[in-house]
Ligand binder design. Sequence first.
Ligand code: SF4
Length: 189
Amino acid sequence: MSPSKKREACTVPKVRVATTSLAGCFGCHMSFLDMDERIVGLLEHVEFSRSPINDIKHCEPCDIGLIEGALCNADNVHVLKEFRENCKILIAVGACAINGGVPAMRNNFTLAECLEEAFLDEIGVDNPQIPNDVEIPLLLSKVHPIHEVVKVDYYLPGCPPPADAFVKILTDLLEGKEPSLPKDMLHYD
Ligand code: SF4
């Protein structure tokens, strides 16, 4: 690259990306990191706002927000709304964000049944009591996919989506193209 091109590349502002895990298992983030050394190339064009991979506490104005996980408590809803307010493009990443995923299996039961099973009736529970500290976010009565609360721009399916799919969707967006995943990167398991 010529020196002038290098200067030009240095002055192009980086695309800001934020990521979070709501009611997720961090598996989608692990799959994101599975892009391995390709993340080095990505960092030439991308910088991170709030994400579990850094210490930024709030989502700043961003170009792209990647949301892993469904909505299971009040804090999830708060964080999701913060991302929607600050991200130009919001992507639902993985089965949990898209349709509730495995966490939504609790929708087959009442919240009271789930709490009693986990904290009162489970084998080995000592001193059974349901936690009620005000610091603990209130659980929603049902688990919800994120599109039921905010507008979602794109969906990245899979449990988790493959690393190649993260690379493809981000590359398309960085190039200003409409994201399009080939069939072999589209799966729901
Ligand atoms: S979609 Fe799968 S991998 Fe991603 S957070 Fe949900 S359970 Fe974990």
